[in-house]
Design a protein around this ligand. Sequence first.
Ligand SMILES: [Zn+2]
Length: 256
Amino acid sequence: MLPLKLLAAMYGLLIGSFLNVIIHRVPREQSFVTPRSKCPKCSNLIKWYQNIPVFSYLVLRGKCANCKNPISIRYPLVELLIACIAILLFPDNLSLDAFVNYICLFSIACLFVAMFLIDVEFHLLPDKLNLALLIIILPYAFLTTSIANMALGFLIGFGGTYLITYLFYKLRGQIGLGGGDIKLFGVLGILLGPEGILQCIFFSALVGSVIGIILIASGKMNKNKPLAFGPYIIIVATVQIYFPKYFELINIYNLN
Ligand SMILES: [Zn+2]
């Protein structure tokens, strides 16, 4: 099993490296396939051997080989985090079912990391990433829950939060949730089902207001500026999907 976990770790490092490209380019509306990676400061093309996950960062001591400007520590950290997730989720006995489960859960985790970091930096949950999440969650939900659960979860996640946001806007003239948040709730509703998505909405609003109040009180955030809500949705959904024993009320997770 150890060689397989080592392989999973290396796969995680490579995927982490690719996620770094997505995190940088998708919110800037650049293609994540072409062109080759460049230093954002001096536009020097990064050679393949300067682009080896974690290793190149250490060899270059965190500086661009050309202009010596610092490279963000986020790059190796994302690569290491994704490698850890790849190992931690790796199943102990590898059947086809377990492997499919693993790929789905790992892909969802990767998208959560990308969406979290993009929303913190840009206050944006890109449609492309919500769509990618939908493409993974749809078949995974088919394997783990009923179609009625999926449909109701989506209806509450998307329709419910859309309606609340619309009413809030009509009554107060303020935009509560962004479109990206509403779409994320819709996609998550498909996997979490009606009860799960209600819990997700409730707890992310709770966590968001508590942290928001702390940030405003400590002067780290302006209360007139909109708050990035995606990270709180992602934190709560992560607990629901990966640590379900804390959310025992959700029926679909009690099946096994
Ligand atoms: Zn440079």
